[in-house]
Design a protein around this ligand. Structure first.
Ligand code: GDP
Length: 445
């Protein structure tokens, strides 16, 4: 994952630190040095690293650590707080206009992920009860208008686009007409996709600035590919000078980049990160929370995002029914299968588990975790008779053997599945009666 290396390095640093009862000045210096090296290696901009480590050092040598019951823990807390600080501090939400439509303009280099983001944002807004319109003002790239229309269709939202293949066209006019169209048709949000080049380019920058002037957006989101490394800072500065923006979107956070440059952008531009993009699919997208991202980097886990995604994936009505079944002990293997299929909607299970605290330590196991496990589980359950699915108690030895044969697997695997089902049912019964929540069906990792 993007911050994997950085996470590992910081975890090692803290591990050494935790071995110590009290901290001397040289312990602190050693720790700060290791943190500095880890951040620089992760591509965090030099000035940002310097400020960051300076503040951590000063605080770590101060009273709050000296007087702490657990000094090492306190240092981790300080690093966490400062990391939240460079990521922008408080969560910054998207701002809506007092009188609709809210106009959101997207800017960034070609390939940064603007068009994809337009679809993600539109889908997210629509889910939230908004009526977004996508406006295709990227007339530079031959395919951009078509691509935006495809994305709009996937997201189930409307698009305003000049006829494809209609030659050059005037992007400023398209943007302006798009907003007017939205106003006349009562769309409440307009997302204007603009052109980018592979590198920073004066003419394109001027075009973006003109579009900005013409449509007077409520938000200008600068989309930056987390994989572009140290260039991120210069690109961000160039866009800030050329167009200026109100917020940042980090895209491709699912990649293997070191990601540190992306971490510098908020700090260097003084503009908040509002969203994060984590994949090619339209649902691979989430509002950015500085505190959650810091926890993720420090491997403190990101339970809140996990729960939100779970809530989105699970139909509420369905969830209520399932909870009732748990409480009344009528949860069956059939329900279990349905749950697991829903779990797959939550996107990659690996990604999900990566958000759990301590996931860093299990990264190796995670990498060997196989989503096909779910497919095998499905095969097993589907090899059962309806009666067996409804009542697992029927599953005696000979039935298990028959099922294993049917599913092309072993009795041991069938046994494991039944055991896991029984554990999940037991666990969820506790939850349904007010206990601590757990994810059903994930099985032992
Ligand atoms: P644009 O030129 O800025 O409009 O960029 P596009 O939206 O066309 O995206 C460029 C490429 O990056 C496409 O292949 C997208 O599928 C891909 N992409 C966009 N966002 C993400 C992301 O968050 N993760 C990954 N892995 N790929 C992405």
């Amino acid at each position: 994952a993007t911050f994997g290396n950085l996470s590992d390095r910081l975890a090692d640093t803290f591990k050494n630190l935790r071995k110590k009862g009290s901290l001397s000045a040289s312990d602190v210096d050693g720790t700060v040095r290791e943190i500095r090296r880890a951040l620089l290696e992760a591509d965090v901009a030099f000035d940002v690293v310097k400020d960051f480590t300076g503040r951590v050092r000063e605080r770590a040598l101060g009273d709050e650590v000296n007087k702490a019951l657990n000094p090492a823990q306190q240092v981790v807390q300080i690093v966490n707080e400062e990391l939240v600080g460079i990521l922008g501090g408080q969560q910054r939400r998207l701002e809506f206009a007092k009188t609709p439509p809210t106009v959101i303009m997207l800017a960034g280099l070609q390939g940064a992920g603007k068009t994809t983001l337009a679809g993600k944002l539109a889908k997210w807004l629509a889910k939230d009860g908004h009526t977004p319109l996508l406006v295709a003002a990227d007339l530079q790239r031959p395919n951009a208008v078509t691509q935006l229309s495809v994305v709009a269709e996937q997201a189930g939202v409307a698009v305003f686009a000049p006829e494809p293949g209609n030659g050059v066209g005037n992007p400023v006019k398209v943007a302006k007409d798009g907003v007017a169209y939205a106003r006349s048709r009562q769309y409440d949000t307009v997302i204007v996709d603009t052109a980018g080049r592979l590198g920073v380019d004066a003419e394109l920058m001027k075009q973006a600035a003109n579009i900005r002037k013409a449509v007077d957006p409520d938000e200008v989101l600068f989309v930056i590919d987390a994989m572009i490394g140290q260039d991120a800072v210069n690109t961000a500065k160039a866009f800030q000078d050329g167009v200026d923006f109100t917020g940042v979107v980090l895209s491709k956070l699912d990649g293997d980049a070191r990601g540190g440059a992306a971490l510098s952008v908020a700090s260097v531009t003084g503009r908040p990160i509002i969203f994060a993009s984590t994949g090619e699919g339209l649902d691979d997208f989430e509002p950015f929370h500085p505190d959650r991202m810091a926890s993720r980097i420090l491997d403190l886990g990101d339970i809140l995002t996990l729960i939100e995604q779970a809530q989105q994936a699970f139909d509420e009505e369905e969830a209520r029914k399932v909870a009732e079944k748990f409480a009344t002990d009528t949860f069956t293997l059939e329900d279990f299968l349905k749950q697991m299929q829903q779990l797959r909607n939550m996107g990659s299970i690996k990604k999900m588990i990566g958000m759990l605290p301590g996931a860093g330590a299990m990264r190796e196991q995670l990498d060997s975790f196989d989503e096909r496990e779910i497919v095998r589980t499905e095969a097993i359950i589907q090899s059962m008779t309806p009666a067996e699915r409804r009542n697992a108690k029927l599953l005696n030895g000979s039935r298990r053997l028959r099922i294993a044969r049917g599913a092309g697997t072993t009795v041991t695997e069938v046994n494991q599945l039944v055991q896991r089902f029984e554990q999940a049912a037991k666990m969820m019964k506790t939850v349904a009666r007010g206990g601590v929540p757990q994810m059903p069906g994930m099985g032992p990792i």
